[in-house]
Write a new protein. Sequence first.
Length: 487
Amino acid sequence: MGQFDMVKDFFLGISRSRISLIGGMLVTITTPFLVSYMLADTIWHIKNPYFGAAVYLALGPVFLGGLAMIFIGAFFFRGDRDVHLFTLQYLRRYFTEPDMFGRLRRNVFLIVLLTSVNFAVFSMFLYRAYHYMESTQFCGQFCHTVMAPEHTAYKNSPHSRVSCVECHIGSGADWFVKSKISGARQLLAVATGTYPTPILTPVHGLRPARDTCEECHRPELFHGDKLNVSKSFLPDEQNSVVSNVLLMKIGSAGDRAQSSHGIHWHVAPENKITYRATEYNRMVIPEVTLTQADGTVTVFRTADAEELLQETEQSGDEREMDCIDCHNRPSHVYLPPDDALDRKLSEGDIPQNLPYIKRQAMELITASYKTSNEARETISDGLNSWYKENYPQLVAEKPQLLESAVAGVVAAYAENVFPEMKVEWGTYVNHISHGPDFDIGCFRCHDDMHESPDGKVISADCNTCHTLLAIEETDPEILKTLQGQNL
Ligand code: HEC
Ligand code: HEC
Ligand code: HEC
Ligand code: HEC
Ligand code: HEC
């Protein structure tokens, strides 16, 4: 067996095992890139999602695999001479040799050093990779086309500074693990092109809002009413402005001094509301159950509830109402076409003094397009040719009016419609209100048709949720009063 030198034997073992050699090569090649990228990322917070993916999802695992191969190779390699390293026989002999202890000390030192270097690289890798996978760049931009709708809508929302994981994962190890399992499934779906278009909603595995939204918001501290003023533009020549003024009964989820009331009464701990929907989208809700703190249970049902629930597979799927049943679009806000244009007109991205722009834009953005490029070109050509034909003088005198209108209208479309992912107008409905069409929101329950055995109904009375101070009025009196002009 010759001289015992564990370190020498170790390297000899590695050099004789092909597996270890390949592993060693992989580690040597990847380490400089990995370490320098991780240092750069720590210092400068690199925002490019593809660099991150290359390093943390490809290079990193190669490095880890290389390390593992070195040891596996050395462990299993049974060559001739002193490379039975890690076999029981070798170790037994090694430790029973009388003059081994001096040598052992040196080896231990070396092993500790090597191991701590590896451990440092390894833990830094885990730490950075964890941050990368929790980053908005990774969630929102890595699978570019697939997440384009959600990421775009998110960027234009009040939550654009809240990272994806704060709503989709939240804190705690169990949801972290769950999210990584479902994340791996999603990556696979993207790699194999088997993801659904559009991406399904509602997200049935979403974490209860109590653990996410309520980390930042406290509806028990809400109080009173909130004035809600919105402007819209009519499809006439002047793009006339009309206003809605609503006093929203925001209410409170109830705290020490105040009892729960108004809109946030639903999320008070003493009012538990569960409901059963007939389909995946939770649009048709035939049965609602209210359980109060004193034990009173009230079941509200529509006349056809029995029949509807029997027909469906989902009838057993009972859900407890939380923030998401109203605020289902706190972050991915897709506006209806009318609102999308009104907003651009209000913000001045589309000039309000271009005649008929609301009407013409509405016609163009609601047409159906196969790709984003086709939409952009058709909208642009459509506006240019219509204005050149009908307002040639205006276009000649103030070309910038038409130019900025085109940009604004194209943006109104591109922020809300994604033909590549089959996200059209209205694909993702918002439940926070009650629209005239598919977006019935609150009216899924509040329709005067859900009745309890003793004849109580979930109210559709217009004053339950708001006081209507002005509806589509030009220059409403109430606004003048509020602004002090009527004094
Ligand atoms: C303020 C909280 C919040 C943030 C931040 C957030 N989301 Fe969401 N997300 C939601 C809610 C709520 C839903 C809809 C849940 C439902 O209806 O079941 C949703 C739904 C989704 C869906 C399903 C499709 C859809 O539109 O319903 C995807 C995909 C998604 N989010 C991705 C992301 C990505 C990527 C980010 C970061 C760029 C992000 N989310 C940030 C709250 C959030
Ligand atoms: C990490 C903290 C955080 C989390 C988590 C969070 N929000 Fe918010 N939310 C904010 C902040 C900050 C604002 C204020 C943004 C502003 O005014 O521009 C806000 C604003 C809002 C608003 C008012 C929006 C408006 O148009 O004025 C609503 C409604 C809301 N959040 C609901 C939710 C819901 C529902 C969830 C859970 C799905 C949630 N938030 C999760 C921080 C958070
Ligand atoms: C029954 C439906 C419903 C539920 C459930 C609900 N909200 Fe609201 N929330 C509303 C409505 C409606 C508004 C007013 C929207 C408006 O007109 O601006 C609102 C307003 C808000 C605002 C803005 C308040 C302000 O004064 O500007 C926040 C923040 C908010 N909700 C958070 C939450 C959170 C967090 C939860 C869950 C604990 C929740 N909401 C549950 C319907 C609901
Ligand atoms: C899943 C069903 C459901 C949905 C969706 C729903 N509600 Fe309710 N809501 C109820 C029930 C049940 C009651 C209690 C009815 C009763 O006891 O008279 C209620 C009561 C209320 C009340 C009266 C609370 C009080 O002070 O007693 C308000 C205000 C209200 N809802 C607002 C809204 C708004 C606004 C929306 C939409 C953003 C909405 N609700 C969506 C089920 C629902
Ligand atoms: C269950 C609660 C509830 C009931 C009942 C209700 N509304 Fe509303 N309404 C809302 C909410 C929530 C909004 C959204 C406010 C916002 O834009 O944030 C809204 C918005 C509106 C708007 C403004 C729409 C816009 O685009 O600005 C009008 C108009 C309106 N409601 C009329 C009515 C009328 C008329 C009735 C009676 C038939 C009624 N509502 C009953 C909750 C309710």
